[in-house]
Design a protein around this ligand. Structure first.
Ligand code: COA
Length: 171
């Protein structure tokens, strides 16, 4: 993970969350331990994406809220050398199925910069609904950036997301 995050800096940096006033340091060990702490508290889940047994990316579930909100937000990245193989739409489909069918959440959200065309394709392939634009929503790559908000609620998920993905791909 550390090796991928380091070698793919130019590929990942334009889309990575940053903290205002702090220089970003790549530290996979710290990130993994923070994700494990979130998982213990039930506020987040961290997944690695494997291809042929090798780590090629990551999918994080953050802002997990139960009860009257029952929602979570998904974020993701894949190694540059592995992009364009439909891996992330598949990973997101599996994550939404897990979050709704196993964890019991009602809503899953994905926030994307309008400039991030590959990521917009991911949510398009999965048929997520666009809810609107949040201006200057998240600090990314050193500045506050607008984000398009995409979501799906349990009422819209008829069957498995993997099947939905397979159907949109064959259309
Ligand atoms: C966004 C991202 C996760 C997509 O993952 P993926 O597994 O490549 O997804 P897909 O295979 O469905 O490809 C999505 C689109 O990327 C584009 N794409 C394909 N190959 C590509 C490549 N080698 N390099 C860049 N973009 C490529 C295509 O437009 C593709 O759409 P298409 O399948 O209709 O042709 C990946 O591009 C990525 O990690 N980017 C950097 C980090 C990032 O943007 N994270 C998301 C923040 S919201």
């Amino acid at each position: 993970m550390q090796q991928l995050l380091t070698q793919d800096r130019d590929w990942l940096e334009p889309w990575e969350a940053t903290t205002p006033g702090l220089r970003t340091v790549v530290n996979a060990r710290w990130m993994i331990s923070s994700l494990r702490a979130q998982a213990r508290r039930g506020t987040g889940y961290g997944f690695v994406i494997l291809k042929d047994g090798l780590v090629v990316g990551q999918l994080n579930v953050a802002n997990v809220q139960h009860g009257s909100v029952s929602s979570a937000t998904i974020g993701y990245w894949i190694a540059k050398s592995t992009a364009g193989q439909n891996i992330m739409p598949t990973a997101v489909a599996l994550a939404i199925d897990f979050l709704m069918d196993d964890v019991g959440l009602h809503r899953v959200e994905i926030d994307i910069r309008p400039e991030n065309l590959p990521s917009l394709r991911v949510v398009e392939k999965l048929g997520l609904r666009q809810e609107g634009l949040k201006e200057r929503f998240i600090h990314i790559d050193g500045a506050w950036r607008d984000h398009k908000i995409f979501a799906i609620t349990a009422e819209e998920k008829t069957g498995s997301m993997l099947n939905r993905l397979a159907n949109t791909r064959s259309e």
